[in-house]
Design a protein around this ligand. Structure first.
Ligand code: PMP
Length: 316
C-alpha cells in the first residue's frame, strides 16, 4: 500500500515475497522514518487460525506514525491486510503446538528527499514467516544488566515509546556482546539515572515478590507491549496485585521471580540476572507464576482456553 504525504492509504495488493525498490534518498534509509509491528497467527487444535489483538498493533503503529509525521493505515485497513496476508500464507501457519506464523507490518517513508523533512511518499508492507521459540535457549533465560548508560535503549524525549526502526540500532552492541558471552538477552536501565530497570531488547519485564507483581511504568521510554498489557489483565483477574511503577535494580535483585513478556517470547521466566559481575538466581519451573501466565496466554492465543475478553480474531 502506498500514499502521498497527507493522503490516505489506498487498497494494497498481494505480491510474492521479494526485494523492493527504494530511492537512495528515501526517508527510511537516510533519517530512519520507519515503524514496524510484530504479531503472530496461531493454529487451534481443530485447524482454525487465530490472530491476537491485531487492532492493538494498528493503534500502536498509528501512535508512532503521529510521532514521526507519517500517515498510517486505518485500523480496518491494517487488520484486513494482516488477515489477507495470513490467508494467502495459511499453509505456512505451523500445526497447533508447533510454533506460529510471525507477521511483520512495516510503515516507512519511501519518497525521495534530500533534506530532513517528512518524506513525500509512504509505503506500508506486511511480510510473514513461520517461527518457533524466540530465544535459542528456549527455557529460563539468563539476562545481563547493561550498566553503560550510553548503551541505553531509550532516553526521555526519544522514541522508546513507539516501535520505531531506529530504537533497535543503539542496542546492537550491547546485545551482540552479551550473547557472545552466553547471555540470552540484555536488560536496560533508565538512561537518566541508571537506577531503574526499563525493558529487555525485545520484551517487557516483570518482577514478582510474594503476591505482588511490578513492571516499569510506561513513560515514553519503554515500549507499551501488547503482551505486557494482556498479562497485567490476566494476572489481575487471577487475584495478583499488579503495579506499574519505577522498579529499582535493588528491588529486582531481591525479587522471587522475574519474567519477560513479548509477542516473540510470549512469557518467559528469567533464571538469572547478572549485574556488575554478580549473578542473582530466580525461581523457575512449572510452578512459577510466569509459567502459569504463559500457559494461560498461550491457551487463549491458540484457542485452548475460552477467550472471554474478545482478544482473538478468527482468520480462517
Ligand atoms: N519492548 C521492546 C523493545 C520490543 O521490541 C517489544 C516487542 N515488540 C516489546 C517490548 C514487547 O511488545 P509486544 O508485547 O507488543 O510484542
Amino acid at each position: 500500500m502506498k500514499c502521498a504525504n497527507g493522503e490516505k492509504f489506498s487498497q494494497g495488493t498481494l505480491i510474492p515475497f521479494g526485494n523492493i525498490e527504494l530511492s537512495p534518498s528515501a526517508g527510511i534509509l537516510n533519517y530512519g522514518q520507519g515503524l514496524f509491528e510484530g504479531l503472530k497467527a496461531y493454529r487451534t487444535e481443530n485447524g482454525h487460525i487465530l490472530l491476537f489483538r491485531p487492532e492493538e498493533n494498528s493503534k500502536r503503529m498509528k501512535t508512532g506514525a503521529d510521532r514521526m509525521c507519517m500517515p498510517s493505515p486505518s485500523i480496518e485497513q491494517f487488520v484486513n491486510a494482516v488477515k489477507e496476508i495470513v490467508i494467502a500464507n495459511k499453509r505456512w501457519v505451523p500445526p497447533h503446538g508447533k510454533g506460529s506464523l510471525y507477521i511483520r507490518p512495516l510503515l516507512m517513508g519511501t519518497g525521495a528527499l534530500l533534506g530532513l523533512a517528512p518524506a513525500p511518499e509512504y509505503t506500508f508492507i506486511i511480510y510473514c514467516s513461520p517461527v518457533g521459540s524466540y530465544h535459542k535457549d528456549k527455557g529460563p533465560l539468563n539476562f545481563k544488566v547493561e550498566d553503560k548508560l550510553y548503551r541505553a535503549i531509550s532516553g526521555t524525549g526519544g522514541t522508546g515509546g513507539i516501535k520505531s526502526v531506529t530504537n533497535y540500532a543503539p542496542v546492537y552492541s550491547a546485545t551482540t556482546e552479551a550473547k557472545a558471552n552466553g547471555f540470552s538477552d540484555v536488560l536496560f536501565l533508565d538512561a537518566a539515572t541508571g537506577k531503574h530497570i526499563e525493558e529487555a531488547s525485545s520484551s517487557n519485564v516483570f518482577v514478582v515478590k510474594g503476591n505482588a507483581i511490578c513492571t516499569p511504568a510506561i513513560d515514553g521510554t519503554i515500549l507499551p507491549g501488547i503482551t505486557r498489557k494482556t498479562i497485567i489483565d490476566i494476572a489481575t483477574d487471577l487475584g495478583y496485585e499488579v503495579m506499574e511503577r519505577a522498579v529499582s535494580v535493588e528491588e529486582m535483585l531481591d525479587a522471587d521471580e522475574v519474567f519477560c513478556t513479548g509477542t516473540a517470547v510470549v512469557v518467559n521466566s528469567v533464571a538469572s540476572i547478572t549485574f556488575q559481575k554478580t549473578r542473582t538466581q530466580y525461581k523457575t519451573g512449572p510452578e512459577t507464576l510466569s509459567q502459569k501466565l504463559r500457559k494461560t496466554l498461550l491457551g487463549i492465543q491458540t484457542g485452548c482456553i475460552d477467550d472471554t475478553k474478545g482478544w482473538t480474531v478468527l482468520v480462517d
